[in-house]
Design a protein. Structure first.
Length: 299
């Protein structure tokens, strides 16, 4: 029996990132269609299933789509989910109303449901209309704190079509002074270690530099706890994979995100590579000036 046809419905709040999501999916090899009339979904599925090419298909729709009615969408999808030759999922792209209002005010675009009122009025009306779909969706992504490139990275890591069975792992560093990473699955606080920031010769360096690496390597508690974290991850990652999770983001934090978290993330990424994983590594606050953290702490 051939693999089921993969079909994902993508909807959500206007301005939250649906169009960006569909563009990335298309780059990843999905066939993507936006503003598709949902009443035509059944005929489209019949046509797709009649063909031999099983390219993953992403269908975008929202309140601007002709004939849009949330409950009708849910009923159609429920009936399609009964098909064994179709693997159907629903992705809802959400965002805080205040952030959506800011985005609309910055771009000076009119909200599709504003009807001459404020952008916030249109946002609140749309949220009420979409609430049934939001509650019912298989996956919800909140883009309130995500830059466009972060949303793109999330989509690539979760919905790539290369067929690789291995779980996708991202290892990152960040500074607590600038907030928590919004999509991290596992967060480890490295602020129990001595801070190189308070060593004058190390302050302007980072966790990528040899002097900082030597300092942290010799710091009391680092190696023992690094080993414990590594062993925990080696146990958890296969378990996540067995549960069908395709992506895990492991984040290491320190005060400014330049020393302890960076060094630990680099060490852990190397340990994961040695174990057969292919982690992506990112350092959110590495480019921040050393003095920035002090200013934020004392402000």
């Amino acid at each position: 029996m051939s693999e089921p046809q993969k079909l994902m419905l993508v909807t959500g709040m206007s301005g939250a990132g649906k169009t960006t999501t569909l563009r990335v999916l298309e780059d990843l090899g999905w066939e993507a269609v936006d503003n598709f009339p949902v009443r035509l979904l059944r005929p489209l599925v019949r046509e797709v299933l009649a063909g031999e090419d099983r390219v993953p298909l992403a269908i975008g729709f929202d309140t601007r789509t002709r004939g849009f009615e949330p409950q009708a969408v849910i009923e159609i999808v429920k009936s399609l989910q009964e098909r064994e030759d179709l693997a159907l999922s629903t992705l809802f792209i959400d965002c805080r109303s205040s952030e959506l209002e800011r985005r609309y005010n910055e771009t000076r675009r009119r909200h599709p449901l504003a009807n001459g009122r404020t952008a916030l009025d249109g946002i609140l009306a749309e949220r009420d209309l979409l609430e049934p779909l939001r509650r019912w969706a298989d996956m919800l992504v909140d883009t309130s704190q995500l830059a466009t490139n972060e949303l793109q990275q999330f989509v690539r890591q979760n919905f790539g079509t290369d067929g690789a069975p291995q779980i996708a792992v991202t290892v990152s560093s960040f500074g607590f002074a600038r907030g928590m990473p919004p999509l991290a699955d596992l967060v480890f606080d490295m602020r129990f270690l001595d801070n190189p920031h308070w060593v004058e010769d190390l302050r302007e360096q980072t966790g990528l530099d040899e002097d900082v690496a030597n300092f942290l390597h010799q710091t009391d508690g680092f190696e023992d706890n690094f080993t414990r974290i590594r062993e925990l991850l080696m146990d958890l990652l296969p378990r996540y994979g067995a549960q069908g999770k395709s992506y895990v983001h492991i984040a290491f934090g320190c005060t400014g995100g330049r020393h302890r978290s960076v060094y630990t993330a680099e060490r852990m990424a190397a340990a994961l590579r040695d174990a057969g994983y292919s982690p992506t590594i990112s350092h959110r606050n590495l480019a921040s000036r050393a003095t920035d953290t002090v200013e934020m702490q004392t402000a």
